[in-house]
Structures are given as structure tokens and as C-alpha cells.
Design a protein around this ligand. Structure first.
Ligand SMILES: Nc1ncnc2c1ncn2[C@@H]1O[C@H](COP(=O)(O)OP(=O)(O)OP(=O)(O)O)[C@@H](O)[C@H]1O
Length: 246
């Protein structure tokens, strides 16, 4: 599988910190692949994702993009845990935000906003304001905003951790549908092992200090995934043992 992003002996040291958080990590994310990243608190998951997002630069080693820049699209888009909506813009205005610095005309812009709202089940909420949304709806707006720029890779940092358990299940199923429709690669950071096994083609466990890839587990279960499947439970148990949780 061709790689979208390639970490090559990547290391990162926070300014002023005595040593690296992550050292000599090599990892590829394939075109269209759904990669989940799990690991204990503070191990460096967000650091890896923020590097993939271009928000921080490697201290040593490299991070390569293997896809060309294409007109009217971004190679990457980020979805944060808290949605990060602009309170002075409507839902549609928030979704349009990422398009404003892209070279697309007004009709294309409108079409993309409508499509992203439809895919995330928000069509009827286009004119609402962020304070009128539930947590799950706000998170959907964050996803719609990312989809509107048609990214090759979607970078998601614990996107569902602030919503209730039932909404979380709905969002997981929705994300599956969206992923299958868009063919974007996804790098998905989560604390939740069940969520990682439900969603991902491959689960990477970060571990150690400094951190590196402690486990690289391919989840070869049929989709849509069935939590009752014996192998589902086997993968969850294996990863839980690896992470030291029961
Ligand atoms: N500005 C900073 N200066 C020094 N150390 C930092 C700084 N920001 C984060 N760290 C440390 O870097 C490590 C990695 O942080 P990171 O946020 O990547 O971990 P994480 O695995 O995403 O954690 P969590 O699951 O708790 O969100 C942590 O131990 C954290 O304390």
C-alpha cells in the first residue's frame, strides 16, 4: 500500500525538556488506511498526531508526505477533541471556514458545505449557532469542516472522548460510513481500546519512555465490525494486556 505519511526515525523533544518524548520512531500510514494510535496517558500520542498535522516539527528524523498537493484540496485536516468551533459563525459558516483559503469558487464552496453537512447528518442544522448544539452535534460540525477540504488524510485527536457513550457509538458508526465514502486515510488517537478495534485497519500501541511503537496489530475483521465476534474480544483482550488495563 502506498504511504500517505511516513515517519522516518522520528524524534521529538519539547523545548527545554531533558530528553525526547518519542525517539527513533518509524511508521507509515497507507493511502486510505484507518490507523488507530493507543497508549498510556502522556506517552506521546498527541505529539505524533500534531507532527502529522504539521503543527510541530521533528527534532530529529523526518516526517514525509507522499502525496502531491492538488488544487482545491488539502492533504490533511485535523479534528480536535473539543470541536473548536467559532462561536460567531453558524454551523454552515464553521464548515465553510477551511474553504476560505482554498482556491474554489462560490458555487463549489456551497456544494461542498452542503455535502459535508449531509454526510454528517447536519443538513437541518446549517443555520444554528454553536451554543445551540449538543456535544455530539458540535463534534459532527468539526468533522464536517474537515471533510469540506477533501483531505487525503484526516487527523483525529480523541474526537469522541467528550460525548456520552451512546452518542459515541453513533459517531463511530457514522465515521465508518464517511471513511468508506471518502477513501481518506485516518489517523485516530484514542484511549479507548474497544473504539480502536471497532474502527481501525491497524492499531499501533505507543509505549516506553522515550516512546516508540510497542505493537503494530492488524485488525483483519470483516466490516461492519461485530463487537460480539470472538476475534473482536480477542484483539481487545490482547491490547488491554499490552497496555496493562483489565
Ligand atoms: N510543552 C511541553 N513541555 C514539556 N513537556 C511537554 C510539553 N507538552 C507535553 N509535554 C509532555 O510530553 C509528553 C507527551 O504528551 P502528549 O500530549 O503527546 O501525550 P498523550 O499520549 O497524547 O497524552 P494523553 O493521552 O494524556 O492526552 C507528556 O509526558 C507531556 O507531559
Amino acid at each position: 500500500m502506498a504511504a500517505v505519511i511516513e515517519f522516518d526515525r522520528f524524534s521529538y523533544t519539547h523545548p527545554g525538556a531533558p530528553g525526547p518524548v518519542i525517539q527513533d520512531l518509524s511508521l507509515d500510514i497507507g493511502k486510505g488506511e484507518f490507523l488507530a494510535v493507543v497508549g498510556g496517558s502522556g506517552v506521546g500520542k498527541s505529539t505524533l498526531l500534531r507532527t502529522a498535522a504539521g503543527l510541530i516539527a521533528p527534532s530529529a528524523g523526518q516526517m514525509h508526505f507522499r502525496l502531491p498537493q492538488r488544487a482545491g484540496r488539502r492533504r490533511r485536516a485535523v479534528v480536535f477533541q473539543d470541536g473548536r468551533l467559532l462561536p460567531w459563525r453558524t454551523v454552515a459558516g464553521n464548515v465553510a471556514y477551511g474553504l476560505e483559503t482554498l482556491d474554489v469558487d462560490a458555487a463549489e464552496k456551497r456544494g461542498r458545505v452542503d455535502e459535508a453537512l449531509r454526510m454528517t447528518g447536519l443538513a437541518e442544522f446549517a443555520d444554528r449557532w454553536p451554543h445551540q448544539l449538543s456535544g455530539g452535534q458540535a463534534q459532527r460540525v468539526g468533522i464536517a469542516r474537515a471533510l469540506a477540504v477533501k483531505p487525503d488524510i484526516l487527523l483525529m485527536d480523541e474526537p469522541f472522548s467528550a460525548v456520552d457513550a451512546l452518542t459515541r457509538r453513533h459517531l463511530q458508526a457514522e465515521l465508518m460510513r464517511i471513511w468508506q465514502a471518502t477513501h481518506a486515510a485516518i489517523m485516530f488517537v484514542t484511549h479507548d481500546i474497544d473504539e480502536a478495534v471497532f474502527l481501525a485497519d491497524r492499531v499501533v500501541v505507543l509505549g516506553g519512555r522515550p516512546a516508540n511503537v510497542a505493537e503494530n496489530l492488524v485488525i483483519d475483521l470483516p466490516r461492519p465490525r461485530d463487537r460480539g465476534h470472538a476475534d473482536f474480544g480477542r484483539h481487545v483482550a490482547h491490547l488491554s494486556a499490552q497496555l496493562g488495563v483489565d
